[in-house]
Design a protein around this ligand. Structure first.
Ligand SMILES: Cc1cc2nc3c(=O)[nH]c(=O)nc-3n(C[C@H](O)[C@H](O)[C@H](O)COP(=O)(O)OP(=O)(O)OC[C@H]3O[C@@H](n4cnc5c(N)ncnc54)[C@H](O)[C@@H]3O)c2cc1C
Length: 477
């Protein structure tokens, strides 16, 4: 009886933590992103399903236009005040799939998950995508995302061609050999040059992968990666998970091709998971006094127990719901990412550690990824071969907390810049203008192209509003 009462009390007290996430009800004219930190009033929202509708809306609308995909950028990149907002989520048809050529052409509001559901029966796989499958292809191209793949780098590398609606309503096809200036500007261009409507992507084979992990001091990670992972064609996914709060130990996690039979039968992660345990684990880690120790000593070893064999598509079909807290009202989980030339790994880590510890950042995890050099996008984050440090942390939502995060974020950007690195743009807009220009030396070229293609500055969002200075005479108010 007592045990029953205790169990009921315990489950009631953790219920607010593990219940399904509830998004606050907003007016349809408030556009917000997943962080819920950036509610932006717009003048109208359209949900086109054809390219003609998009081209027509862009041609006719004289004022600001913003574009949204799955809304997982976290710093106002999807809207600006008073804009006509183009919500791309219903513009999501698969237009052509060629198993023989291993290519797929989709409307840009399609998500990776939709693509996976279509191509998995042909045993094909997306070549490059982020760690989660919820994002739209248009939103992913616009940040030039990357995943945990070994030896492939930014998403741009898997794009055969795309179509974009420019500010005058014209539709242009661009590829690595045609309209290359537009191709290099639109990919990673945060919707600043136009609306990506279609993309043709190179696919690859879906293979079985076996996970193996190794724990090591962070000082040995770079050499381990060079000796055992880089250049290994059998290695498909790899990440290095750095344990907070001493940031001295890494669990290297690699999924390598195998002929072994799968130990997990599902070909994709079932879409209807509740992720209650994940929410509980993140909450304990970020809220309890010894939460990070519990995560490291208890949760992590259980999570990484064994050497499961899964399909590549299974591993690539993760759902961001596994990260989503029950509420983001008083605190919220956010991401940041820094890119560092591979040879400067050991110079960056102590600087990162100092900033995070000095500022008492509530880090949930840091994941190291690897990317090859960007093939030519104007806003390239991988100017050389880089290691990426993806920081997942928790912060309060009040103004004071925001200010404090701004301070340590700029410190981390400085640390990355000091070793010739960069930072990622889809997150909060704490960087100074000067930091953006140092991190993205070709930003001036991108802005000049924007001025030329979009002379009245139609395509806007808060990222562009903060860093782009259009020629005054031609700007729409
Ligand atoms: C939990 C989580 C995990 C993440 N993991 C990764 C990761 O592993 N690797 C990585 O690289 N990134 C990662 N990200 C960042 C993510 O890739 C970007 O936020 C990406 O933009 C999300 O796609 P989206 O469809 O939500 O885009 P949105 O947030 O909707 O849009 C992003 C930008 O693209 C523009 N845009 C959207 N659609 C179009 C279009 N059709 N034409 C022109 N412009 C358009 C928008 O205006 C905006 O500027 C992660 C983010 C979260 C929240």
């Amino acid at each position: 009886m007592i045990l029953m009462a205790l169990l009921v009390t315990a489950s009631l007290s953790i219920w607010p933590v593990i219940r399904a996430p509830v998004e606050p009800a907003l007016s349809p004219l408030i556009v917000n992103d997943v962080s819920q930190l950036n509610p932006i009033p717009v003048s109208a929202v359209i949900t086109p399903t054809t390219t003609a509708e998009i081209a027509d809306a862009v041609r006719r609308h004289a004022g600001p236009i913003s574009i949204g995909g799955a809304r997982h950028s976290m710093g106002g990149q999807i809207a600006t005040e008073g804009a006509l907002h183009i919500d791309m989520r219903r513009f999501n048809r698969i237009l052509e799939f060629s198993p023989a050529n291993k290519t797929i052409t989709i409307q840009a509001g399609a998500t990776w998950r939709q693509i996976q559901e279509r191509i998995d029966p042909a045993n094909l796989s997306v070549t490059i995508m982020q760690s989660y499958a919820n994002f739209t292809v248009g939103g992913s191209l616009s940040v030039n995302g990357h995943g945990r793949y070994v030896g492939v780098g930014p998403l741009m590398r898997s794009v055969k061609s795309l179509k974009v609606v420019l500010a005058d309503g014209s539709i242009v096809e661009a590829s690595p050999i045609e309209q290359t200036e537009i191709f290099n500007g639109v990919i990673g261009g945060y919707g600043g040059l136009g609306v990506i409507t279609e993309a043709t992507l190179q696919l690859t084979d879906n293979v079985r992968v076996k996970r193996h992990t190794k724990i090591m001091p962070i000082t040995g990670y770079r050499q381990y990666f060079f000796d055992h992972i880089r250049g290994q064609t059998s290695a498909v996914f790899h990440s290095g998970n750095i344990f907070p709060v001493d940031y001295a130990v890494v669990r290297a996690v690699t999924f390598s091709r195998t002929d072994d039979p799968v130990t997990v039968e599902d070909r994709l992660i079932p879409a209807d998971q509740t992720y209650r345990l994940n929410r509980l684990a993140f909450w304990i880690e970020s809220e309890w006094p010894f939460g990070k120790l519990i995560q490291r000593r208890l949760v992590d070893p259980i999570y990484f127990d064994g050497e499961p064999v899964t399909w590549r598509n299974y591993e690539a079909s993760r759902d961001v719901a596994e990260l989503e807290p029950a509420s983001r009202t008083t605190s919220t989980y956010l991401l940041q990412e820094y890119f560092v030339p591979v040879e400067r790994f050991d110079d960056f880590v102590p600087q990162m550690r100092n900033v995070l510890r000095r500022s008492n950042v509530n880090v949930v995890n840091i994941s190291i990824r690897h990317a090859t050099q960007d093939p030519g996008s104007l806003l390239a984050w991988a100017r050389t071969e880089v290691f990426a440090f993806v920081i997942y942390y928790k912060q309060r939502t009040d103004g004071a907390a925001q200010k404090q995060v701004g301070v340590w974020t700029r410190d981390l950007i400085e640390a990355a810049l000091s070793v010739g690195g960069s930072y990622y743009l889809p997150y909060q807009l704490h960087a100074t203008e000067e930091q953006l220009r140092r991190a993205y030396p070709r930003a001036a070229e991108f802005f000049a192209l924007k001025q030329r293609l979009d002379p009245t500055n139609k395509f806007r969002n808060q990222l562009l509003d903060k860093y782009y200075r259009p020629a005054a005479a031609s700007v729409h108010q």
